[in-house]
Design a protein around this ligand. Structure first.
Ligand code: PEP
Ligand code: MG
Length: 548
């Protein structure tokens, strides 16, 4: 008699949401077809070219369907398939006697091993992509097809390469549980984009097919796969899903409704974003604009800083999504603290959160390259806004004293002068509101003085709380102190609201506090009406404020 699989397989949350259904295991042979085909090395190289063409087409169809992030993954994979390094590795493997299929798999493994050995989590995750490219070509050569499930399933696998997930019909894939993978694996990015719950790094997960057909509950937020759930478990998941669906539908019906409080004050709900895809999500939920673009997204996961042109392209894309009536608040690079960027070669600091971070980096005397990076961000923002008639707000992070505000104003003026010198007169003269983040208690207490020359301030309650409470924001032992609604922090928030009124600047909040109904009510109660939050929080906060 076969053992009935039961219990919980613990993994790491990948994509939120829950799914209930039978398990279907992706056969290992799909990932690496092993049978000898007798194919030649030239046929293997030709299969790589076919794979590249398929991937280019997949990139185009996914991008045209509005799934830009997926499109980018497939075009990167197409480039990998065309890379001569992979073809050379195939020829090398064939010299050792491997046939075409085996040579492709061996070459993919060899190139993947090079990437996997890198200490960088993002680059290591790209190892899976190159392996995927090689096995796609091997499948083409061996004539292997993926035995697709014909019904809705929770997919279990060691790993799920992007090209395989692209071939599985979405309507059949209700959840994904992987033994391997990481939070930054492409399977996770794709699952999130498609709204499919997913867990990764479930080390005890059986991927040998022994779970096939077993009913399970996948909880993407908790990172668990519960096998053979009881009827009580099923009832509570179903009830939670029904309530979640009803809440979402009711809240979606409120989109487009301006939030006006009983006092008559209008509240603007802005989004915190880190990419053009996020901007699209923000527009979809009826955000009034973007209150925080974390521009670090352009600086991470690479080996050199982006140039002004690349940044202009990226910002232009975001302005195009937002249109010319939703403001884009572009925060200059907030590097340091917990955001490390190795290629910038910043010295090691004993207390990085109290170190040279945020706008402080623009003012280091012997680092003109860092000042140039900030200047290139401002220039790119002005050029992108001018090209799209966008509403631009430029914001500097981690400001403590007046001298830093003066420096910011001088930097923007210098960039405008430089653009004029380059003949880019439209960008040079394009209007931009200038503001600062209030994240340091010293700044919170002196907003009226800092306000001169500025148009707005935006409170970063995440950092303001950590500095006010002397509680490291990433230390799980200090959860009780990481409270942006603690009386000491609220006193600072009030001081900022008063200082902003005195100084004649707009005031908003872009820390996590704004993204909860209770936090939003607290903030509007002290006279702060610009709230910026994760796009996923906007519907709930809108509903919570309407009628308040
Ligand atoms: C904040 O500190 O509240 C903030 C919005 O900035 P970040 O979380 O990016 O540091
Ligand atoms: Mg911050």
């Amino acid at each position: 008699m076969s053992r009935v699989a039961a219990g919980v397989r613990e993994g790491v949350p990948g994509s939120p949401g829950s799914a209930v259904g039978p398990i279907w295991t992706l056969p290992a042979s799909v990932l690496a077809p092993v049978e000898r085909s007798g194919a030649t090395v030239d046929e293997a190289i030709a299969a790589l070219a076919t794979a590249a063409a398929q991937l280019t087409e997949l990139a185009a169809t996914r991008s045209a369907a509005g799934a830009g992030e997926e499109g980018e993954i497939f075009s990167m994979q197409s480039a990998m398939a065309q890379d001569t390094a992979l073809a050379t590795a195939v020829r090398e493997a064939a010299k050792g006697g491997a046939d075409g299929v085996a040579a492709l798999i061996a070459a993919g493994e060899a190139q993947a091993a090079l990437l996997a050995s890198l200490p960088d989590e993002y680059l290591a995750a790209r190892a899976a992509d190159i392996r995927d490219v090689a096995s796609r070509a091997a499948r083409i050569l061996a004539g292997t097809t993926i035995p697709l499930p014909g019904r809705q399933v929770i997919l279990v696998a060691d790993d799920l390469p992007p090209s395989v997930s692209a071939e599985i019909p979405r309507e059949h894939l209700i959840g994904i549980a992987l033994r391997a993978g990481s939070r930054t694996a492409h399977a996770v990015i794709l699952a999130r984009a498609a709204g499919i719950p997913c867990i990764v790094a479930a080390r005890d997960l059986e991927v040998d097919g022994s779970l096939d057909g077993v009913e399970a509950i996948l909880d993407g937020a908790a990172g668990t796969l519960k096998l053979a759930p009881s009827s009580g478990d099923l009832a509570s998941v179903t009830a939670a899903q029904q309530k979640g669906a009803a809440d979402s539908a009711r809240r979606a019906g409120l989109r487009g409704r301006p939030v006006v409080l009983k006092s008559g004050s209008r509240v603007h709900l802005y989004a915190n974003i880190g990419s053009a895809e996020d901007a699209a999500r923000a527009v979809a939920v009826g955000a009034d604009g973007v209150g925080l673009l974390r521009s670090e997204f352009l600086l991470l996961d690479r080996e050199a800083p982006p140039d002004e042109r690349e940044q202009t392209r990226a910002f232009t894309k975001i302005f195009e999504v937002l249109g010319s009536d939703r403001p884009l608040t572009l925060r200059l690079a907030d590097i340091g603290g917990d955001k490390e960027i190795p290629y910038l070669r910043l010295p090691h600091e004993a207390n990085p959160f109290l170190g040279v971070r945020g706008y402080r980096l623009a003012m280091i005397k012997d680092r003109p390259d860092l000042r140039a990076l900030f200047a290139s961000q401002v220039a790119a923002a002005l050029r992108a806004a001018a090209a799209t008639s966008g509403v631009l707000r430029i914001m500097a992070p981690m400001i403590s004293v007046r001298a830093e505000v003066d420096d910011l104003l001088a930097l923007v003026a210098a960039v405008r002068a430089d653009l004029t010198g380059r003949g880019e007169t439209d960008a040079a003269a394009y209007p931009a509101a200038i503001g600062i983040m209030i994240e340091v208690p010293a700044a919170a207490l002196t907003v009226a003085d800092l306000a001169t020359g500025l148009d707005f301030v935006s409170i970063g309650t995440n950092d303001l709380t950590q500095y006010a409470m002397a509680a490291d924001r990433i230390n799980p032992a200090l959860v009780a102190l990481q409270d942006a609604a603690a009386p000491g922090v609220v006193a600072l928030l009030r001081a900022v609201a008063e200082g902003a009124a005195k100084g004649g600047v707009e005031v908003g909040v872009c820390g996590e506090l704004a993204g909860t109904v209770a936090g939003a009510q607290l903030l509007t109660g002290i006279g702060i009406y610009e709230l910026s939050m994760d796009p996923a929080a906007i519907d709930e906060v809108r509903e919570g404020l309407l009628g308040a």
